[in-house]
Design a protein around this ligand. Sequence first.
Ligand SMILES: C[S@@+](CC[C@H](N)C(=O)[O-])C[C@H]1O[C@@H](n2cnc3c(N)ncnc32)[C@H](O)[C@@H]1O
Length: 355
Amino acid sequence: MAGGKMKREKPKASAKTAPYQGGISFHKSKGQHILKNPMLVDSIVQKSGIKSTDVILEIGPGTGNLTKKLLECGKMVIAVELDPRMVLELQRRFQDTPYASRLKVIQGDVLKTELPYFDICVANIPYQISSPLTFKLLNHQPSFRCAIIMFQREFAMRLVAQPGDKLYCRLTVNTQLLSRVSHLLKVGKNNFRPPPKVDSSVVRIEPRKPRIEVKQKEWDGFLRICFNRKNKTLGSIFRQKSVLSLLEKNYKTLCALNIPQQGSADKDDGDFDYSRFGNLNEDQTMEVDDDGGDEEMDMDDSDAEGGDGEASEFKDKVMGVLKEGDFEEKRSSKLSLQEFLYLLSLFNKAGIHFS
Ligand SMILES: C[S@@+](CC[C@H](N)C(=O)[O-])C[C@H]1O[C@@H](n2cnc3c(N)ncnc32)[C@H](O)[C@@H]1O
């Protein structure tokens, strides 16, 4: 644990349920809504299935109410906290306790921090980093066993959505490509201090082992097109001029370069950019109810169905792929992960690429 003044943990406030606040004022801009219900903290820890040998990653420990329980269960807690006031408070709270040698506090923005090895992540996070954090964790190597994370309810429901659910979106498919996600607990606003404006949910995320390998940029480009208008048929999406001309450009470039056609299971060169899968614009914050960036865009006249000649030949090729897999009349809102993977493989087999 980092240095700091020695001070015993403060005695509990008169009300039994009072959370340890350390006299700190909370900043909503940093997502500081601490857990004030000890029974809820117990329940989260119990559902986490922590082993006594586990190295636990906690993101945003705040004043340490969850941290304390994690220290009781695991071998080691590594806590990443942005706010130096909270870091100091954690040091004060645990420094002269038996937990001190098993707590490591890293001060900084978790999104910019190189994460160490951990077995399990348990966290009540600032909701404004939900999406990039999820993908940062899911691309962390070596992979961890599972993550138990508190999210804004709607974000959580997007993660666990199934084809046909209202909240099924690109975020859902991207998350489920990399992990199995399940809903653990509904959490009301009054369990936090100060209470946020939205309800929350605790979700369990287990990275897939082995991973489903996709070419990242290819997959991302493909899903962006599919979810551009998720309730329209794929036939109607792929007949748009803008989509056809983008795909035709890629097709001609690859033909000109005489690059052998690759299957979708090939990996990209270079590092994975987790921000591509979950950029901040489609995140859910405590205060803003954003819809995940997959709203349907109105098609303007210039983007009506594709034209004649050479373009029309390419359009036939694209439509041929959709027909081959029986996808023309299907909609992204109802397509399973396996169907998306299959459709991309059909496109790639036909030499049609999305990056
Ligand atoms: C919702 S509070 C949770 C506090 C505590 N874990 C609890 O449950 O009582 C989120 C915490 O994350 C911290 N935080 C905010 N942005 C962060 C970031 N980018 N990286 C690391 N910590 C961050 C905040 O300062 C705050 O302490």
